[in-house]
Design a protein around this ligand. Structure first.
Ligand code: ZN
Length: 355
């Protein structure tokens, strides 16, 4: 009989927990501190699963869909091509972003989490047993084209930004949720988007390429002086979703000494593209093997998409995170590689990006 070593800490590339507080602000104490028995994240389950920290996304929800499309049914029956939602106006996005950042600041005030502006902050939070949170924006809707608000959000603690979620912004264009599909689905960055890349480089705000289409990806690759990062994307060679990265894109990220975080969404893990949680670890390991084969063992990490995606049943929620670590062990990954995948690579990447 084998006994697993103590939990490996996990530093994670993407979660949508703040969306749950946005939707139910009066219950935030229960949702965060004790858990409401729903969703995939809360403080007790993070502790149980060894979740040490990660990127907390400010994502602006689209207004309810007037088309009446049932996305769940659609995405459970590939092939599919979900139309992109309409752009969200700046004023609406600022209101939502302000509320979500307010919730993250409240979490910090409970003494259980620390909003980290440097890797020294992350290491200190981990040593103190607090959740190490990076303030991230998934889509730049809350940033004005003159970029003044970028400086405001940076002052509050913003250290990571995706120019787009999948819908278009003033800065660029994202991929639609489509399977099977390549990522070359539209035009590249706008002029404002090119200025955004330069300003993020100056402010040392990490740029996140997940959700960008291929032309936008190549524009960032050409313009940015930072390592290229996709916080929550998988290998297109295993699952040909528009949201996954082609081997060419992975090679470009490798050249920049960048990083890819493994997304747990079943639609981006399963070779059949279905949003179906009834699956084994086998496709998950195939993605990690493929990412490792192109990026090398210093440039792959985890990017769960907790509270933003349907994830494999053997994982369940964040409390099951060590099951994935055990699957890595059973697959033959050594402890040194597992620690890199689980947290060390993210810290090294942030050392390279924010220094
Ligand atoms: Zn996302």
């Amino acid at each position: 009989m084998t006994h697993s070593p103590s939990p490996v800490p996990v530093f994670d590339g993407h979660n949508d927990f703040l969306l749950r507080l946005l939707r139910n602000p009066s219950a935030r104490e229960t949702i965060w501190l004790t858990g409401e028995g729903k969703g995939q994240l809360d403080l007790p389950r993070m502790k149980a699963g060894g979740f040490a920290g990660g990127f907390f996304a400010v994502y602006i929800p689209s207004p309810p869909d007037a088309s009446g499309l049932d996305y769940d049914t659609l995405m459970d029956n590939p092939p599919y091509q979900v139309a992109l939602p309409a752009p969200v106006p700046f004023e609406t996005a600022v209101q939502t972003a302000t509320a979500m950042i307010g919730h993250l600041l409240w979490m910090e005030r409970t003494g259980t989490l620390s909003i980290c502006r440097s890797t020294a902050d992350i290491r200190a939070a981990m040593a103190a047993g607090k959740i190490a949170a990076i303030l991230h924006m998934e889509g730049a809707e809350a940033i004005s084209e003159d970029l003044d608000t970028l400086h405001l959000w940076h002052g509050i603690g913003l250290r990571s930004l995706g120019p787009v979620w999948s819908r278009p912004t003033a800065f660029g264009h994202g991929v639609p949720f489509a399977f099977p599909s390549g990522p070359d689905t539209g035009p590249g960055l706008t002029e404002a988007g090119k200025r955004l890349v330069a300003e993020c480089n100056r402010l040392k705000i990490m740029l996140d390429l997940s959700h960008l289409n291929e032309k936008g990806f190549d524009d960032v690759a050409r313009l940015s002086d930072a390592p290229l990062v996709a916080t929550h994307s998988n290998a297109h060679a295993v699952t040909p979703s528009a949201r996954n990265l082609t081997d060419r894109q992975l090679a470009v990220i490798a050249d920049s000494k960048g990083m890819v975080g493994l997304n747990y969404a079943t639609s981006f893990l399963r070779p059949d593209g279905r949003k179906d949680t009834d699956m084994t670890w086998e496709p998950v390991l195939r993605h990690v093997d493929h990412l490792l084969s192109i990026l090398g063992e210093d440039h792959v990490g985890l990017g769960s998409d907790y509270d933003g995606a349907a994830i494999p049943a053997p994982l369940g929620d964040v409390a099951g995170q060590q099951n994935l670590i055990d699957a890595f062990r059973a697959h033959g990954y050594g402890e040194a590689l597992i620690e890199k995948l689980a947290w060390k690579n993210w810290l090294s990447l942030l050392d390279r990006t924010w220094a």
